[in-house]
Design a protein around this ligand. Structure first.
Ligand SMILES: *[C@@H]1O[C@H](CO)[C@@H](O)[C@H](O)[C@H]1NC(C)=O
Length: 314
C-alpha cells in the first residue's frame, strides 16, 4: 500500500513538472498565533510572489473572497485573515480582548509580524478599510505598495443614510439606541440585505445563500451580538480618524484603485470619488453592484486589480 502511494506521489510530481501545472491557485487554510489571538487565514499563490493582503468586512470573513482569491493567485501571494469576532479566528477569554477597531488593527499588525510580512499591496473593504488604514498610520515601517479600496470608506460623504441609527447611538451612547442598532443591523434579514441589496436583479440568484447564512450563524449568538454592537459603537473613532487616513493618502503617495459597488447603500459612490482629493495616482472604477461586489463581480474586480498592479509594476 505504502509503495503504491509512493509511486502515485512520484507520478503526480512528475506530471506537474512536465505539464507545468502548479498549485498556485489552490487556496490553503491556516492559522497562526498573533499575540495570543489564533488568527485564521486563507492563503494562495506562489510563496515568493509579491504579497496582496485582502481584508474582509462586516459581517463576513475571508470566506467572502473564496471566488476572488483564485483569480488573483497566479501572480500574487494572497493572504486573507479573519478579524477577531469574525470567521474562524478565535480569541481566548483569558486575553480580556477589547473589541475595538484599535484592537483589530493591533491584531492585524501582530498577524503580519507572525508571518514576517513587511511589504505588500492591500485590498480593503468595509471594516477592512479602517483596520487597514489604522495599520498604515501605526506602522510606518511597513512598505505598502498599493491600495485597492472596494467600498472601503475613508470619507464622511461615503457614509450612506443607513448609518443614521448607528450615528444616533454614537451621539447618545444610550442602551435604547444600542437596541435600535441591534434591531436594524443584527438580524438575519439585515445580513442578507447586505449581500442582495444593490445587486443587479439578474445576479441576485447567483449569490450563494451560504454567505449570509454562515455570517448570521457567526454573529447571532448572544455574546457575539454584544461584541458586534461594541464594534458599531466604536466605529465613531474610525470616522474621527478620517482626516489622518486622508493625510496618509496624501503623504505616502500610495497608488489607489477605488473599485466600488455603486449601488452600496452603506458606503456610497461619493466615498469613492472623494479619494481624488488626496490621491495623486487614482483609478476609479464604478461597478453596477452592491456592497458585497466581490460576490457578484469577482471577475471584473480581479481583472481590474491585476491590470492596476501590473501597471504599477507590482
Ligand atoms: C483578564 O482579567 C482577569 C480578571 O480581571 C485577570 O485576572 C487577568 O489577569 C486578565 N488577563 C490578562 C491577560 O490581562
Amino acid at each position: 500500500m505504502q509503495a503504491v502511494r509512493s509511486i502515485l506521489l512520484l507520478l503526480s510530481l512528475t506530471l506537474s513538472v512536465f505539464t507545468g501545472y502548479s498549485h498556485a491557485s489552490r487556496t490553503t487554510l491556516g492559522s497562526v498565533d498573533a499575540n495570543g489571538v489564533n488568527v485564521f487565514y486563507r492563503e494562495a499563490g506562489p510563496s515568493d510572489a509579491p504579497i496582496l493582503l485582502i481584508l474582509h468586512g462586516f459581517p463576513s470573513s475571508s470566506h467572502q473572497y473564496r471566488n476572488l482569491i483564485p483569480k488573483l493567485a497566479d501572480n500574487y501571494h494572497i493572504i486573507a485573515p479573519d478579524f477577531p469576532a469574525f470567521g474562524f479566528t478565535t480569541v481566548p477569554a483569558s486575553l480580556n480582548y477589547t473589541y475595538t477597531f484599535a484592537s483589530l488593527a493591533n491584531t492585524l499588525s501582530d498577524f503580519l509580524d507572525a508571518l514576517d510580512i513587511t511589504s505588500f499591496a492591500v485590498y480593503i473593504f468595509d471594516y477592512g478599510a479602517p483596520v487597514g488604514l489604522r495599520l498604515a498610520l501605526q506602522r510606518p515601517d511597513l512598505d505598502i505598495k498599493a491600495l485597492i479600496t472596494q467600498n472601503g470608506n475613508a470619507y464622511e460623504e461615503g457614509l450612506g443614510t443607513t448609518w443614521a441609527p448607528i450615528q444616533a447611538y454614537w451621539k447618545s451612547g444610550s442602551a435604547e439606541d444600542r437596541e435600535v442598532v441591534r434591531s436594524n443591523v443584527i438580524t438575519a434579514s439585515a445580513v442578507k440585505s447586505q449581500y442582495v441589496d444593490g445587486t443587479p436583479s439578474d445576479l441576485v440568484s447567483q449569490i450563494a445563500p451560504e454567505t449570509y447564512t454562515l455570517d448570521w450563524a457567526t454573529i447571532s449568538p448572544a455574546d457575539a451580538q454584544e461584541i458586534q454592537l461594541d464594534l458599531f459603537y466604536d466605529y465613531r473613532h474610525n470616522v474621527e480618524l478620517y482626516p489622518q487616513f486622508q493625510e496618509w493618502l496624501r503623504q505616502s503617495g500610495v497608488p489607489v484603485l477605488a473599485i466600488w459597488g455603486a449601488n452600496d447603500a452603506h458606503f456610497v459612490w461619493a466615498g469613492a470619488e472623494a479619494y481624488a482629493r488626496d490621491v495623486q495616482d487614482l483609478q476609479l472604477v464604478k461597478l453596477d453592484a452592491g456592497h458585497f461586489a466581490a460576490e457578484s463581480h469577482a471577475e471584473e474586480i480581479a481583472n481590474n486589480v491585476l491590470a492596476f498592479l501590473k501597471d504599477h509594476r507590482y
